[in-house]
Write a protein that binds this ligand. Structure first.
Ligand code: PMV
Length: 360
């Protein structure tokens, strides 16, 4: 397995273009959606390499928009200011300074720039939607676009953006691409890599391209467990090896279901992934209960609804209590009616987000 192919490539390319020469402030703006994992990435090594391959749907409406104003700095030193919703955010700014330390080797031109980074999200902060995925993906797209603007090159922007986004937040590398996206080395997909994501839309049956993701907000409070602390729980988890094996096996079945348009098998696999993630959390040291009582009530209601109607839909969870319901356009009205009449009452202030897989 070669985990350093892209690292070496971007390191070498970066060194050739380090001298910045432009007089005024320049500007770049990029948007990137969040994504929901079908096969979960949980456990990593070294510089954000995944212990197992993962697959996700990139969303449409839940996105981060980032604008960077940049100019050569007077003292030839790197500096940045970060604003979220027009307010300076020093906490995230500190995280970004560390992140830029890490990625400057691939963008040596940044060393003499002064950046003002401004971001906003279209979804409520801490709504249980992975904001770090869309944030780092939008930022990485901005940085690669800046490189293009300054050096007028024709490099593949998405692949480098995926590589750079991964270093900020693993799952962010998947948000760079639309539709169905794979990240992580697997023998099942040629060209798959631990360093960058890859869109696998070509092998996906049209039914999945009509999929919605309705996100039931059960508890919008900030996560009890950050993802980086969560991944660390896998270092000496008793079930770690079994989990990585399971994820690879689930991936194989999911790829088959995605290409055959088998919605039943799709649901079985992604629900197994969601439950397994929480099983791992419960059995970690220390153990974490990230589910809310209402999460369990809703899951049971969804299972009964499926039994009564025979509708094909699936639910999944991130490392939190909120539920994503995934279903095709064929049953949209019925699912929305069910949410309105039976599930909404268990959501915080009746809130849910109506999202959709991004167009390919
Ligand atoms: O990318 P991170 O470090 O925020 O980890 C993401 C972890 C999960 O959301 C639980 C799973 C995934 O694959 O997105």
């Amino acid at each position: 397995m070669n985990d350093f192919l892209f690292h070496n490539k971007y390191l070498e390319e970066g060194q050739k273009i380090s001298k910045v020469d432009f007089p005024d402030t320049m500007e770049v703006e990029c948007k990137s959606p969040s994504n929901i994992a079908l096969i979960k990435y949980w456990g990593k090594y070294e510089n954000q390499f995944p212990r197992n391959p993962s697959v996700s749907f990139t969303l449409t409406k839940s996105f981060t928009s980032t604008r960077i104003l940049y100019k050569p700095s007077q003292d030839k030193k790197f500096s940045l200011e970060y604003f979220f919703n027009n307010n300076r955010n020093k906490d995230f700014e500190e995280k970004l300074i560390k992140y830029f330390d890490n990625i400057q080797q691939y963008f040596p031109f940044l060393k003499s720039l002064q950046l003002r980074i401004e971001s906003y999200n279209t979804f409520p902060h801490s709504a249980g939607i992975a904001s770090s995925a869309s944030a780092f993906s939008a930022l990485a797209l901005c940085l690669c676009t800046m490189e293009k603007q300054i050096f007028k090159n024709n490099n593949d922007l998405s692949q480098k953006a995926s590589f750079i986004a991964r270093i900020g937040s693993g799952s962010a590398c998947r948000s760079v691409y639309n539709g169905v996206v794979l990240w992580g080395k697997t023998l099942s997909i040629t060209g798959s890599s631990n360093e960058v994501a890859k869109d696998i839309n070509k092998l996906v049956h049209p039914v999945f391209k009509t999929y919605y993701d309705t996100i039931l907000i059960i508890d919008p409070s900030p996560k009890k467990l950050s993802s980086s602390d969560g991944h660390k729980l896998m270092y000496n988890h008793a079930y770690a090896d079994a989990r990585y094996k399971q994820a690879n096996e689930n991936l194989k079945i999911l790829l088959g279901a995605l290409s055959a348009g088998n919605e039943l098998e799709f649901a079985q696999i992604i629900e197994n992934e969601a439950m397994s993630l929480h099983g791992l959390l419960l059995s970690s040291s220390p153990g974490y209960i990230l589910l809310h009582p209402n999460t369990l009530i809703i899951i049971e209601k969804l299972q009964n609804f499926r039994m009564d109607t025979k509708f094909q839909f699936a639910f999944t969870l991130d490392a939190g209590p909120n539920i994503h319901i995934l279903y095709s356009s064929k049953i949209r009205e019925k699912v929305i009616d069910f949410i309105e009449s039976e599930l909404k009452q268990y959501c915080k202030n009746g809130s849910w987000i109506d999202d959709k897989i991004s167009t390919l």
